[in-house]
Structure formats: C-alpha cells, structure tokens
Ligand binder design. Structure first.
Ligand code: ATP
Ligand code: MG
Length: 301
C-alpha cells in the first residue's frame, strides 16, 4: 500500500505500533524524502486543532497576531499522520472531509484556496464503526479514511512475535546502555509469551528496558521482570530463596543487592560507588564487610 496516495486507516489497541506502521508506510513510499507530520487530533480542543491543521491569517482571531501555516501545507508532498481521530469534534470532521475530497482548504480567516498533495494516514484505538453507529463519527468521513485499512492485532493475539520483539528490544537497550548483548532465560521467555500484555508492544518494550538496566550478566531471568508480569509480589521475589527470612534479613538482602548492582555498574570501583550513593567511602566499606559482599575483580561481563 505504500506507493499509492490512498488514505489509510490504522486501527489497533494502544501500544500495538500504529505510529510505527504509519512511519514505515511513509518511509517506503515515493514521499519518503518529504515530511512525515504527526498530529494528535484527539488531544486538543477543536479551535486549536483547526488552526494547527489549516493555519490562519493574521487577525483571524484575537490571539492570531501573525499568520501561520497549517500542517496540511507543512506536510505538502509528504504524509500527515492523524492520530486518535475518533475523538475529533463533529465540526472539524466536516472540514477535514472537505480537504480529503479535493485536497484544497483555506487558512482560518483567509479567502484563498490552497491546493496540497498530502497523503493522510489516520489511526485510532477504538472501533470506529461503532463510533459511526453511535453517531459520534461521520459516516462519510469514515469511508473516506477507510480506503485501505490496517488492523493491528493486540500482542496477545500474535504471541509468536513476542520472542522476536523481546530480542529486538534486548539488543537495542543493551546497546543504548553500553552493555554486552543480553538474552532471556528460557523461564523468562516463557513468562513473557504467556502474559496478556494489556499495554501491548509498548509494555513489552518498557519491561525489557527495565530488565536490561537491572541486569548484571548476559542472561536475564524472570526475577528481573516486573512483578505483575511474573505474578509475584516484591516480597515473593525477595523471599524466593529464603522463605523464613525476617524483616531484618529482607532489608539486608535489598541493601546487598543494591550495593552489588551499583558496584557492578561502577566496574567494582568502590570510591566511585560511594560517590554515587552520596556516602563516605568508609561507610560503604563497612557495609560491604557487614553484608559479606565479595569484591570481584574489575571488568564487565
Ligand atoms: N513491530 C515493532 N517492532 C519494534 N518496535 C515496535 C513494534 N511495534 C511497536 N513498537 C514499539 O512500541 C512502542 C509503541 O508503538 P506505537 O507508539 O507505534 O504504538 P501506538 O499503537 O501508536 O500506541 P498508542 O495508541 O498508545 O499511541 C514504540 O516504542 C514502538 O517503537
Ligand atoms: Mg500512537
């Protein structure tokens, strides 16, 4: 669908990758060297949205102290990505329909018609047909937008993507943090594949980023995944290896893990770790002794 100028409607739950798909379509189209202009049409009041889309002439309304180009012009030759279109006001919907029909519009307060060549990609995370049935979205605009439709399934409906996406994010965040490559333990991977992912790919990405940042070796186990994903509470995680632990033991264990993690990130340089903790080196050394932390030699895994 990329080569044509046909309008595309992308529907999918939050975090499924709608904006990413829109960018990919643009990048694979003959318009790729022209602007890709995203606008969140659901996030602003109608007047502001219209002045953003159509631009305005000086004096069109009280605060219009200078004339301004609209995003339809800014995106000329390229792609305008209209995100969250379902919540757009009815009046604005009518105006947009007109632009979609003949690619002409006027600045607010202006008299001259402006012709543009813009491809529209729209996205929504609600069922737009239902919005039409319930009278909140214009049917004619729906058909104008829905020339080509892309339905992005939720992540739980394409679990075979989870290992691929997880590895992609592991590589990305290890690289971003200057760490050696990471991979998931078999157990951690199984946990990710079984989880429901209400936040879809975005939630997966955030979980992997967190686990990479917390990891101290090449293999990431399920203990580094967020508790609501593994179904374990923070306490369960802490008491995993010692069910008889007292509160004192648990707190010591937390302190030990935090210190070890910091030391690992500082290449086992105690002076640097103490500085980052904002405590004297002598205090850190006392803790290392009391908590039986074994100082490993320098060098990262
Ligand atoms: N197939 C994919 N490969 C790599 N990263 C992806 C993929 N799909 C989504 N992502 C990443 O997941 C995150 C969410 O994607 P995106 O913002 O495109 O979702 P969205 O559907 O627009 O969400 P929302 O409805 O909340 O705006 C982004 O960081 C994106 O880079
Ligand atoms: Mg989005």
């Amino acid at each position: 669908m990329a080569p044509s100028r046909s309008t595309i409607l992308i529907q999918g739950e939050s975090g499924t990758g709608k904006e990413m798909i829109a960018k990919a379509i643009h990048a694979n189209s003959p318009r790729k060297d022209k602007p890709f202009v995203p606008i969140n049409t659901g996030a602003m009041p109608s007047e502001l949205l219209e002045s953003n889309l159509f631009g305005h002439v000086k004096g069109a309304f009280t605060s219009a102290i200078a004339s301004k180009k609209g995003l339809f012009e800014v995106a000329n030759g390229g792609t305008l990505f209209m995100d969250e279109i379902a919540t757009m006001g009815m009046d604005t919907q009518a105006k947009i329909l007109r632009v979609l029909q003949d690619r002409r519009f006027m600045h607010l307060g202006g008299v001259q018609e402006i012709q543009v060549d813009v491809r529209i990609i729209a996205a929504t995370n609600v069922d737009l047909r239902k919005e039409v049935r319930e009278g909140r979205f214009r049917e004619d605009l729906f058909y104008r937008l829905n020339v080509i439709s892309v339905d992005l399934p939720p992540l739980r409906a394409r679990r075979e993507d989870i290992p691929l996406l997880a590895q992609h994010f592991l590589d990305f965040y290890a690289n971003e943090n200057g760490l050696a490559p990471r991979k998931l333990s078999a157990d951690a991977l199984r946990t990710l594949v079984d989880y429901e992912w209400p936040g879809n790919v975005r939630e997966l990405e955030n979980s992997i980023e967190r686990s990479v940042v917390l990891s101290s070796g090449p293999v990431i186990g399920s203990d580094l995944l967020p508790g609501h994903i593994t179904g374990r509470s923070f306490q369960d995680t802490l008491m995993e290896h010692n069910p008889d632990a007292t509160l004192f033991n648990i707190l010591e264990d937390i302190e030990r893990r935090i210190i070890v993690e910091k030391l690992e990130r500082c290449n086992w340089n105690q002076t640097e770790a103490a500085e980052q903790f904002h405590i004297p080196l002598s205090t850190l050394n006392q803790k290392i002794k009391r908590l039986n932390i074994e100082i490993r030699k320098k060098g990262r895994e």
